[in-house]
Structures are given as structure tokens and as C-alpha cells.
Design a protein around this ligand. Structure first.
Ligand SMILES: Cc1ncc(COP(=O)(O)O)c(C=O)c1O
Length: 385
């Protein structure tokens, strides 16, 4: 019989929209978080050289020592934080790292506090371990940044973990260092552990990224190569675990994942050692696209009510259009040939929104905007209240 866990796992709407859009001709894809850049050439060359050199066996389940050293050096360079390579576990993308973190921390009935809107997969990760989610509401008026007091309100005696994500999917909101530090303090007081998903670090357009590891060693940090180095299909990420959890994480990783692909890990070393210029260029390009799209949304007559500070997403309020967010997504896909993800996938506070990804070229974004403008000419947009 199919398990209750399996039946309660909801589909990932962005992938559903993608599959539908792929069956249609000439669609502009703004539904997926897939960088449109090529992986840096040095990374591909390193991986190909590794393959040719026969790096095709299993590695240690924590990952190659050289890669774990390169990740530790990256924390030192980037944030001035000393992380022992012993605390680093390399995974096939940050998604398995999320699963490892929840598997290590969460027992059935434990509560995980996260913000709403949230990355659509988070509740399903928590469900895999039998945990429950409790949410902190966010609003566009406050830039989709959480108030520490709301986290304090959401924490109960069952709370095991606080899940943070900055820059955030689907809002693009960025948490400042002070807020992260306060949330770390709050978790500490509640005897809960912070899980920080930092996969969009490097894609922050104002100010600096701060890792929670600047404020505590007692946190799980998940990160990876997918977003900032345009390596989604390589499937490479990592976790930094609190010292007392590393052995437990590793036992689960040994049994369930064995290790990330050997030659792919060599590509990861090259990315960390040579990817800084690539990242600067990518970040500037995304910033320009964000600025362009934010001003276009206003021209469409729709509202956002905030400016995202990072990642490559924005939430557009479609409550003034007829129907709900699914109808709006259908309308833009069918009538404009532009694919966007309906907000309800990302929580109740994104219910009246569409998530728009600007991980697409300037030309395709301009094409999408023109199509959307044209399609909206036939629609009555109700007056904003
Ligand atoms: C917030 C967030 N975390 C994690 C992931 C998973 O990324 P990957 O498994 O490719 O590292 C994504 C992918 O879109 C994401 O948006």
C-alpha cells in the first residue's frame, strides 16, 4: 500500500507548469528557478579532466577532503568564519542536505517554524520526517521580511527547528545580519536549532550576505553550487552541521546517499577556486533584470508593493485580475505564452500572487513583458483598494 507520507506529498507546481509549458510552442519560461547562464568553463574542464583521470569511484560519504577544504576556505574568505572541514558533508545538491538535516533533527510530531511564503518544497521535507510546520506570516508591506517577535510567537515547547532562507524563494527578501543574530538568540533560548538555507547566497543585490555561522556553531547550514554557479544539473551541494550532529548526519548519509558523484566534486573545487569573477558578472546581470522587471510590473498595472533584494524571483499580486492565482497563471500561459508559477504553492500569504523568475535573458524578459501587456489589454483590472 502507498504510504501516508507519499500520499500527503504535494506536487511542486513550478515543475507542473514547466511540464505543461514544454508541451506548448514558443513559451517564455518565467516559472522555474533555473539560471540561464552556462556553467563556468573552468568547472566543466575540471570535471572532464577528473573523468578522464578515472575519478569514477565512490568518495568518502562526507565528500572529497579537497572539496571540503575548499568549502571551509570559502567560509573564511567570504564571511571571515572558521568552519572545520570535519563539519562539512557534501551532498548531491542542497535538497538532499535539507533531507539529512530534517532526518537528523526532527521526530514525528516535532514542530518546524518557517516563514509563509516559503520555498514550496519545505513542508514536504518536514512531512517526510513526520514533523509539523508552524508558520510566521510575511507581507509585501514589510518587504516579506519576518519580525523576530512573530517568530517568538510561533515557537512552542514542541519546536525543534527554525528554518530560515535568505535570500528567499519565492520573495527574494534578504535578512540583515542583526535579524539573523536575533533569530539565533531566540532559537537558543527555545532550545531549538536553526536550519539556514543559504543556496541563494552570492545573489544579493544590496548589502552583504551573512551566514548564520557568523553568530553560532549550533546551526545546520545548507548551501550548494546550483544557483550561483549555474550548476543545477550537476547536483552538488553541502551541509555544515553542528559538531555534535556530524556523526549522526554522516551515518544517515552513508546509508542513504553513499556520496556525491566523484568527478562532479572536482568541478565543485574549480567553481569555488575560480568562480568569483563569474559570480560578480552574474550578480550584476540579475540586478539589471530585477530593476527592469520591477518597473515593467508597474507598467502592467499590477502591484508588488516591495523590491526584492536577492535571488531571482519576485511575487506579483494578481488579486486585481479576474479569478484566482491559478486562473491568472492559466491566462498568462494560454493567452500570452508566458509561464509563471501560481503563488498558493508557496503558502497562504502568496495565495493571491504569481511567482516570476527572472532567470531568463533580457531579450526573453522584454518579450514576456510585451506579451503580458498585450494580453492585459483585454482584461479588466479592478481598481486597487
Ligand atoms: C530555497 C531553495 N532551497 C533549495 C533548493 C534546491 O536546490 P538544489 O537542490 O539544486 O541545491 C532550491 C531550488 O530551487 C531553492 O529554491
Amino acid at each position: 500500500m502507498v504510504s501516508e507520507r507519499a500520499t500527503r506529498t504535494t506536487p511542486f507546481a513550478a515543475m507542473d507548469v514547466l511540464e505543461r509549458a514544454n508541451r506548448m510552442d514558443d513559451v517564455v519560461h518565467l516559472e522555474v528557478g533555473e539560471p540561464d547562464f552556462d556553467t563556468p568553463a573552468a568547472v566543466t574542464e575540471a570535471a572532464v579532466a577528473a573523468l578522464r583521470a578515472g575519478e569514477t569511484s565512490y568518495t568518502s560519504s562526507k565528500g572529497k577532503p579537497e572539496l571540503r577544504r575548499a568549502i571551509a576556505d570559502y567560509y573564511d574568505r567570504q564571511y571571515g568564519v572558521d568552519v572545520s572541514p570535519e563539519r562539512i558533508v557534501v551532498t548531491s545538491g542542497s535538497s538532499p542536505a535539507l533531507l539529512l538535516a530534517f532526518s537528523t533533527l526532527v521526530d514525528p510530531g516535532d514542530e518546524v517554524v518557517l516563514t509563509d511564503p516559503y520555498y514550496a518544497c519545505y513542508p514536504n521535507f518536514v512531512r517526510q520526517t513526520g514533523g509539523r510546520i508552524s508558520t510566521v506570516p510575511l507581507s509585501a508591506d514589510e518587504g516579506f521580511r519576518p519580525r523576530v517577535s512573530e517568530f517568538a510567537r510561533a515557537i512552542t515547547s514542541d519546536t525543534e527547528a527554525l528554518l530560515l532562507n535568505s535570500p528567499a524563494n519565492p520573495t527574494g527578501a534578504v535578512l540583515d545580519g542583526g535579524t539573523l543574530e536575533e533569530l539565533v538568540g531566540l532559537a537558543d533560548e527555545a532550545d531549538a536549532t536553526v536550519i539556514s538555507d543559504e543556496v541563494y547566497h552570492g545573489l544579493t543585490y544590496e548589502g552583504e550576505d551573512h551566514t548564520v555561522l557568523e553568530y553560532t556553531d549550533d546551526a545546520f547550514v545548507l548551501d550548494g553550487f546550483s544557483k550561483r554557479f549555474a550548476m543545477t544539473g550537476w547536483r552538488l551541494g553541502w551541509m555544515v552541521a553542528p559538531p555534535e550532529y556530524v556523526g549522526h548526519v554522516n551515518r544517515i548519509a552513508q546509508n542513504t546517499l553513499i556520496c556525491a558523484p566523484n568527478f562532479v566534486q572536482s568541478g565543485g573545487i574549480a567553481a569555488l577556486e575560480s568562480g568569483a569573477d563569474f559570480l560578480d558578472e552574474v550578480r550584476n546581470t540579475y540586478r539589471e533584470r530585477r530593476d527592469y522587471l520591477v518597473s515593467e510590473v508597474e507598467d502592467w498595472g499590477l502591484s508588488m508593493g516591495y523590491t526584492p533584494g536577492g535571488a531571482y524571483y519576485l511575487l506579483v499580486d494578481v488579486s486585481d485580475l479576474p479569478g484566482d492565482a491559478f486562473d491568472a497563471a492559466d491566462f498568462f500561459l494560454e493567452d500570452a505564452g508566458v509561464a509563471m508559477t501560481p503563488g498558493p504553492d508557496f503558502g497562504t500569504n502568496a495565495e493571491e500572487c504569481l511567482r516570476v523568475s527572472y532567470a531568463n535573458s533580457a531579450e526573453r524578459l522584454a518579450e514576456a513583458s510585451e506579451r503580458i501587456q498585450r494580453a492585459l489589454e483585454s482584461v479588466e483590472i479592478s481598481a486597487a483598494d
